[in-house]
Design a protein around this ligand. Structure first.
Ligand code: ADP
Ligand code: MG
Ligand code: MG
Length: 889
């Protein structure tokens, strides 16, 4: 097995093996771009190491072979005393994990070679600066020394000299610092900083392997649902130097604006610096456009390379580059992360440029991104006190209490507070605080700072580099030049789309994308928002491609009308229990308390016209489209007062000797209906079978409403759905009763109703006997919420609070099975039931209602299983449409 690949041997499709960074370094090398030579140790080698705790036997020899070839090519040996070859050892997993893994630069420098490097570069300061960086990075990431110790020593050196930046330290200062750093390493680790170059390299490679299982890496993977067993590759890359004086520097760039998607020159450049300085936000960078003035030749070459990359990758790329004494080097590229808005704009731009087709464009956006674009924004017309302005790093409107450290962010958010995490700059240690916060605000760093990159990845609102705001994390406050002081706990609002920061809570308005879905914005209008135009185009690609229909869950005319505007083709789930609440509760109580048939019929008789009126409105709003009405599902006690409240009321009345006969009767009924496990109790079809007349009343209301609409010239398409069926016998009994009622209504009204009768499949037994059930059902709707509960045997209402966190932490689930369908378990029942049902009744209509219907990953699954439609809440309808299109593209 081959464990090491030269950059000339790989290509961009080998990400599994070479990691993203390695694969793309190889791709750039083979495109003829200026990449410093090097080689990649594969993820396979990492996996072996993580499994066995030692590197594979053949690895050492293979690395030696590639190192020898590299030395040959560069004309110098690693760490050679008079002219050292230096390398970086860089992690690079299949998926980019910003700041999560560790990279060590300047490997090969030692007491013996530092003078040689100085002589070769003709720059003593540079050599000592490189050496102190090596000891610092190596000490921290490989030897596990607390990085603060080095930082403090560096600060102290600057302070002693009375300077503020590290460039002001001279060779002698840095030489002193190197001694100090070596002392720190010796003291903290009990061993000297390794002077042998190859040993440095091997230790660094191993540290990269180990960092795969670092806490931060694990947390990030869980967040991003990246599998834990992929391992990381390691890239060994010959060093180029951006810290060789003013004609050197380093930068990062995007081929288009990752925040908006607009074309132009976007990036940050830092003169006389080594790579990590930019991302860390140590010194303030200049906009990339400045480079044109500083070094026109390199700038022009860079622009050309960026164009080459974009055309080659057919997508937005981000890059890292370094200029060494006027010579440009490419250090990294990848298809860049972007905001949701940018994703939609870029996808349509690339179609217009002829680089990709519509099907490919659909793969460039996600339902999650669309959902983000539907979030509200700050109301521009609202009075708001502007505190300052930073860089719009990741869009959204976030309001919360100011907190100045991650610990507090997590603590407060756990107790239900919304918080804005305010830092001078963030680093990987802030990750859990960033996850907990509504938004992130920093006073330093550009669009490529840690805060910006990570926030964009998480879809979290972020404003960074708000330099006029003085953040004091020790005092837990932020000061504005005008004199306003924001203390911990004060409310602030941050706008990640404009970069503005406000004091207090700013009201929000709907997003233009929602306005478009609502039909209040015309995407064809000349002055329409370009985001709206892009979304409109992507939605039409999706609608033109998808096979799955999308319906909505709605139980009133208003929601139905909205769902229709949002593109729903019918209602997949109309819950009738909501129609039993409010003032009607009393009627339901009477129904439950009825002692005689007459009393019960009277209560039902009073409910009937109310239900019917609801249905009439609903059928009108969804005229011409199917409306699936589910008969009453929840346990009856849900309509009765809480047992404790009621007991107290009865006791009080007794004590006061007040009349309480009714309360007493209710209490008795509550006791009688009380169940240990109501979710598995008297509910669904069981109610219909046990309470005479209940389902008949509901069916009559549906049928009469349909008849009324038909007579009025409408086109009602009602479907009656029986919940919680476990066996075909239950369904047959209800069906017989329902057919009788429908026939009566048809006769009485002289209409032909053609109501479809079907069932939910939400119990394992129903799924397992779907072939039989299909004999009595014209359609199935998979109730995947209940099906998930019953297949796993856990209660959705309880588990999230009790053990799910532990399960997620232990990696038993990547994501809650209530959020994304469990394909292997619940999903395979859905698949089998769909097949069995269709075997019995080839024209059986199949759908899904419940949360999964609006979940992107689940929608893809339902597409592949061959369902006819998904049904979800009205606001998720566009997301489901888009994902259904993506699944079919
Ligand atoms: P990350 O994945 O965190 O970006 P990288 O491996 O890309 O880590 O390296 C960190 C920084 O060091 C980057 O700015 C990169 O450009 C720089 N760097 C890495 N290798 C070299 C090299 N051989 N020469 C000069 N700079 C380098
Ligand atoms: Mg990098
Ligand atoms: Mg259910």
């Amino acid at each position: 097995q081959k464990f090491v690949y030269d950059f000339t041997e790989g290509n961009k499709d080998l990400k599994d093996l070479l990691g993203g960074k390695g694969a793309n370094l190889a791709e750039m090398t083979n495109l003829g771009l200026p990449v410093p030579p090097g080689f990649t140790i594969t993820t396979e080698a990492c996996k072996v190491y993580l499994e066995r705790g030692t590197e594979p036997e053949s690895l050492r020899a293979e690395v030696s072979e590639h190192l020898a070839a590299l030395e040959e090519r560069m004309g110098k040996r690693l760490g050679q005393a008079d002219d050292p070859l230096l390398v970086s050892v860089r992690s690079g997993a299949k998926f980019s994990m910003p700041g999560m893994m560790d990279t060590v630069l300047n490997i090969g420098l030692s007491d013996a070679s530092v003078a040689g490097l100085a002589a070769q570069a003709g720059d003593e300061r540079f050599a000592w600066d490189s050496y102190r960086r090596l000891i610092q990075m190596f000490g921290k990431t490989v030897l596990g020394v607390d990085g603060e110790l080095f930082e403090e020593a560096l600060e102290a050196a600057k302070h002693a000299k009375g300077v503020t930046t590290d460039v002001e330290l001279d060779a002698a200062d840095l030489r002193g610092l190197v001694e100090e750093f070596k002392g720190i390493v010796a003291k903290e680790t009990g061993r000297d900083f390794p002077q042998e170059p190859r040993e440095q390299m091997d230790l660094a490679v191993r540290a990269v392997f180990d960092s795969w299982n670092g806490d931060r890496a694990k947390l990030y993977r869980r967040q991003e649902r990246i599998p834990g067993d992929l391992g990381t590759a390691v890239n060994v890359c010959s060093m180029v130097f951006g810290n060789l004086g003013p004609d050197s520097g380093t930068g990062v760039a995007f081929t288009r604006d990752p925040a908006s998607g607009h074309q132009g020159v976007y990036g940050d450049y830092l003169q006389n610096a080594q790579g990590e300085d930019v991302v860390a936000g140590i010194r303030n960078t200049v906009p990339l456009a400045e480079l044109e003035r500083l070094d026109k030749a390199s700038y022009d070459q860079l622009m050309q390379i960026m164009e080459t990359l974009e055309t080659h990758y057919k997508d937005l790329c981000d890059i890292e580059f370094t200029i060494e004494r006027g010579k440009l080097w490419m250090l990294q590229t990848r298809v860049g992360k972007r905001t949701a808005g940018a994703a939609f704009r870029i996808a349509t731009q690339l179609v217009d440029q002829g680089l990709i087709d519509e099907a490919e464009a659909l793969q460039r956006v996600t339902g999650g991104q669309l959902a983000q674009l539907m979030f509200p924004r700050f109301d521009e017309k609202a009075e708001a006190e502007l505190l300052g302005r930073g860089i719009a790093a990741s869009p959204g409107a976030a309001v919360g209490r100011a907190v100045f450290d991650s610990y507090t962010a997590v603590k407060w958010s756990r107790s239900g507070e919304k918080v804005i995490l305010i830092r001078r700059e963030t680093n990987p240690d802030d990750l859990d605080g960033m996850i907990a916060a509504e938004g992130i605000l920093t006073s330093r760093g550009g669009k490529t700072s840690h805060a910006a990159v990570v926030a964009r990845g998480m879809g979290k609102t972020c404003v960074c580099g708000a330099e006029e705001l003085e953040v004091d994390t020790k005092q837990r406050r932020m000061t504005v030049p005008g004199g306003v002081v924001v203390q911990e706990g004060d409310v602030v609002s941050i706008d990640g789309s404009s970069g503005k920061v406000y004091l207090g809570e700013v009201p929000v308005v709907p997003s233009p994308v929602v306005e478009y879905f609502e039909g209040r914005v015309d995407p064809a209008a000349e002055d329409a928002d370009d985001l709206v135009k892009a979304v409109h185009r992507m939605m039409s690609y999706a609608d033109g491609t998808r096979r799955l229909e999308v319906r909505a869950n709605a139980d009133n005319a208003e929601d139905a009308a909205r769902a229709r505007r949002f593109g729903a083709r019918g209602i997949g789930l109309c819950r009738t229990e909501h129609m039993f609440l409010g003032e009607r509760r009393e009627l339901v109580e009477r129904l439950i308390l009825a002692d005689t048939d007459a009393e019960r019929d009277e209560a039902l008789g009073a409910l009937m016209p109310l239900q019917k009126a609801d249905f009439v409105e609903l059928f009108e709003a969804m005229d011409g489209l199917p409306v699936t009405v589910r008969l009453l599902d929840p346990p009856l006690h849900e309509f009765l007062p809480d047992i404790t409240d009621l007991s107290v009321r009865v006791a009080l009345a007794e004590a006061r000797q007040e009349p309480h006969e009714n309360e007493l009767r209710l209490l008795q009924a509550v006791h009688k209906l009380h169940e240990q496990n109501p979710m598995l109790g008297l509910r669904g079809v069981r109610l219909g079978l046990v309470i005479p007349g209940l389902f008949a009343m509901q069916v009559r209301a549906i049928a009469e409403a349909a008849a009324e609409r038909r007579t009025a010239g409408g086109d009602p398409r009602a479907e009656v759905m029986i919940p919680l069926v476990g066996t075909v016998q239950e369904l047959e009994i209800v069906r017989e009763e329902a057919e009788k009622v429908i026939a009566e209504v048809e006769r009485a009204t002289g209409t032909e109703l053609r109501l479809a009768l079907g069932t939910m499949i939400e119990l394992p037994r129903a799924a397992l006997t779907a072939g039989q059930i299909a004999e009595a059902a014209e359609f199935f709707s998979f109730g995947t919420n209940d099906l998930t509960q019953t297949v796993w045997g856990f209660s959705r209402d309880d588990v999230e609070a009790s053990f799910f966190t532990a399960y997620l932490e232990k990696g038993i689930f990547g994501v809650s099975p209530f959020e994304t369908i469990d394909k292997d378990g619940v999903g395979s029942l859905v698949r089998a039931a769909a097949e069995a049902g269709r075997a019995t009744r080839p024209d059986l209509k199949l759908g899904v209602c419940g949360e999964h219907g609006g979940d992107p990953e689940s929608v893809h699954f339902f597409h592949h299983v061959g369902l006819d439609y998904v049904s979800c809440s009205p606001f998720r309808v566009p997301v489901a449409r888009l994902e259904a299109g993506r699944a079919a593209a």
